[in-house]
Design a binder for this molecule. Structure first.
Ligand code: C2E
Ligand code: MG
Ligand code: MG
Ligand code: MG
Length: 292
């Protein structure tokens, strides 16, 4: 009886698994078709210096302009292709689209660094740096430093020596490098030490509660101290309110990105935003608290 039930369950499971595999396959095909139909677009979210009012650059964030479902964020489709070769194709599309955008803004007289997110699957390609070089080669009029790579520390989980060499090779091409979602992985400090990043982006989960949670504030303060000892700049992600900005400036974190500054926007809106943006008037005068 038990055996029969077990067998039955096995069959059920099998059928479910089969269905989910088939739908996975279908989703992949939809994504491939969407890529070839030009349904992906980049949105851009500014990064600023809250104290000086300088706009440092913008992060390119991928969206799927779905013909029926509207604008879809990466959480809706990236997990489906994360481990698939299609992630590489899409990743290269993102880099190329970012370079095109840099060129377009440059032609309008706006020289703005753009960062792109690089997925783990992309970084596992041994010839990633060579592919990047080839993509950059299509845009000889663009200074490579205008392109920055954002790498999740969790993507380095593989062979650290290999990935740090690969990222060194990318840096050798002149592009910038930041450690994204810093603090959420298991070996943040090792990555800080070993990866040739110039910027550390502190994950929004540490920023969200800094106004109420002294421990998150202490973590952030610690990251700021460490990063400066390593000669890295720190950007706070997920700065949602003016009060977040106040607190960050008090503890010496001037660089920020978040809804409180600007939401991700279509490329066409960014130049006007850059021309118009001013920091909160009292930000420039906020005193830094003394570190004890
Ligand atoms: P991320 O690189 O850490 O990007 C920041 C995410 O936080 C973005 O979500 C952004 O819209 C959102 N965000 C910005 N400011 C705030 C804020 O103040 N509050 C809150 N709650 N959220 C904020 P998005 O665009 O949905 O992207 C999510 C993640 O998907 C990104 O996290 C990145 O890891 C990944 N991603 C986005 N575009 C690409 C891409 O082209 N390639 C790859 N491989 N990954 C991408
Ligand atoms: Mg990012
Ligand atoms: Mg991030
Ligand atoms: Mg993130």
């Amino acid at each position: 009886q038990a055996k029969l039930a077990g067998k039955h369950r096995y069959h059920l499971f099998d059928a479910e698994q089969d269905r989910s595999l088939r739908s996975h396959h279908e989703s992949l095909e939809h994504l491939r078709a969407a890529l070839h139909a030009g349904e992906f677009v980049l949105f851009f979210q500014p990064k600023v210096n809250m104290r000086t009012g300088e706009v440092l650059g913008a992060e390119a964030l991928l969206r799927w302009q779905h013909p029926q479902q509207g604008l879809l964020p990466p959480a809706h489709f990236l997990p489906i292709i994360e481990e698939h070769p299609l992630a590489v194709e899409l990743g290269n599309w993102v880099i190329d689209a970012a370079l095109q955008q840099i060129r377009e803004w440059q032609q309008q007289g706006l020289s703005l660094p753009v960062s792109v997110n690089i997925g783990a699957r992309q970084l596992r390609q041994r010839d990633f740096a060579r592919q990047l070089q080839e993509l950059l080669g299509h845009y000889p009029d663009i200074a490579p430093r205008l392109l920055e790579l954002e790498v999740l520390e969790t993507s380095a989980l593989g062979d650290l020596a290999q990935i740090s060499q690969l990222l060194e090779d990318c840096r050798g091409l002149g592009v910038g490098l930041s450690l994204d979602d810093f603090g959420t992985g298991y070996s943040s400090l090792t990555y800080l030490k070993r990866l040739p990043a110039t910027i550390v982006k502190v994950d929004q989960s540490f920023i969200r509660d800094i106004l109420e949670d002294p421990e998150d504030l202490a973590i952030l303060d610690g990251i700021l101290g460490l990063a400066s000892a390593f000669g890295r700049q720190v950007i706070a992600e997920g700065v949602e309110t003016r009060e977040h900005g106040d607190m960050l400036l008090r503890i010496g974190c001037d660089l920020a990105q978040g809804y409180g500054i600007a939401r991700p926007m279509p490329a066409a809106e960014l130049p006007a935003w850059v021309a118009r943006w001013r920091p909160e008037p009292h930000w420039a005068g906020l005193r830094r608290l003394n570190r004890e």
